[in-house]
Design a protein around this ligand. Sequence first.
Ligand SMILES: O=C(O)CCC(=O)C(=O)O
Ligand SMILES: [Fe+2]
Length: 263
Amino acid sequence: MEIPKIDLRGLEPGRLGWEEARAAVTASMVAHGCVIVAHDALGPDLRRPLFCRAMPEVFALPLEAKQRSDSRWGAVQRLHQWEHAEAGADGGEDDAGGPRRRDEKSVGDHLESLTHGVRLSRYGAPLDKETGVSMKEHRDDTMVTGIVQHEVEGLEVQAKDGGWTAVPPKPDTVTFVAGEQFRVVTNGRVPACLHRVRTPTCRERFSILFGCRSRDNATVRAMDELVVDGDQPLWYEPVRYEYSSALIGRTADGLEKDEPIMA
Ligand SMILES: O=C(O)CCC(=O)C(=O)O
Ligand SMILES: [Fe+2]
């Protein structure tokens, strides 16, 4: 099953095409926990120097230099992290100075509870030459991860029908995979995407990951409007993510609930 590619270029909130694109992104996330978008934020003038010059240079640094970075984001290197301003206690105002709608406030509060990071990854030739797999199947423990590939294939996601789908390393695309935190926040509507890295051509490969997760020690909970008594009851108890321990298996009734319930 192919994951659809959604073109977000030139779209602006409220303008022509925005609603349709939003609906398509939502549908893909609900179905696959994953969406491929076309976007020009990382155009060829940035991509080429990044992947062809900066990344090889970073990875050529001595190990001690690379280890100086204190990364919570994974194996390689966190280059940059920033925090959103603290969420205000009240609902705040929208850009036009009017009171915010409840769902806007809730989404705004959610966004403000997040922290972001960038990770650069380098894969040598896969150890397992037969399968070409260099990173086993897994779900990220993040809210969402944006993955940028360059020229060399690798990212594969498990689509709704259970089959593996290779995401081609197209120059104008970013692939977003939902992590475990997203599953909790959407009360199981969006599954955490199972994905892996497999490079059958056995070439060296670089990728850039834009990770977004709840702030350290923040409690991740289902959004109120996604919990509907009788229809879509609370699926996960609020959970606090510490980077060293994944507490995700715990649910309201103590059972593992791997299968998301669909809206
Ligand atoms: O490099 C990629 O395409 C994906 C890597 C990945 O899934 C991860 O680091 O969690
Ligand atoms: Fe991953």
